[in-house]
Design a protein around this ligand. Sequence first.
Ligand code: SAH
Length: 246
Amino acid sequence: MAAFTGGEVYKAEFEPTAYLEYFKIGGGTLGDEFLTFVLKHYCKTFTSGHAAWGRGDDHLEPFFNPNLTDIGSGPTIYQLLSACESFKEIIASDYIDQNCQELLKWLKNEPGAFDWTPVVQHVRELEGDRNKWAEKERNLRGAIKHVLKCDVHESNPLDPVVLPPADCLVSSLCLEAACKDQSSYRAALRNISSLLKPGGHLVLSGDLGTSFYVEFDVLSRDDDTMQEICHFSGMYFIVAHKEKAI
Ligand code: SAH
């Protein structure tokens, strides 16, 4: 089995622009298959599912502002496009500076920022109105309040920042990239769950059995043998609910 790509290698070698090539929807890449799958589920979860806060939930107080934290955002925003309809306070985070910078470039609409328009249009179509994609971009830019450094191996992954517990946590393709085996995966899951309010939702998505993407070795979730480059054996989308303390 090839060596696991550790944090230092990520810091030195992860290239956000190379990674973003996978998110050019319609290009017939592996990213297409993944995006089509997860965007459908994010849409269902955040516009009609349990995590659709503030939508017809009449027990919520009128000025209650539900908040969401995305762990290991990388340079991507697809995972937040449906969520920003319900969550007006979003924190994005990543382990490496170059991803935070790439994300900030899009947030500030700077020249050279990745063009998410086709993905945003796809999400608007799923939500029932393709025409309002520019409004969605504006909404998401307004909702993301901070882009923070994060390490899922720390007991407070956002250290030194201490946030009030989130109503919802999202993490996509991150834990399998950050964790070399199942015990570090479990520990990281415990660490990020500490950021979640009792009664809140954890939304995890990714691919199963990933061995490699964008030249990075990641934890294979179903067995630990290396598979062909850029192959995954399935995708997952999980919505979990953190129990309220009794
Ligand atoms: N969430 C994005 C990016 C996934 S790529 C998406 O869905 O496409 C994996 C991400 O995990 C990278 O951005 C990498 O910087 C981040 N990562 C790697 N080690 C990490 C760690 N220890 N803590 C938090 N994030 C980590």
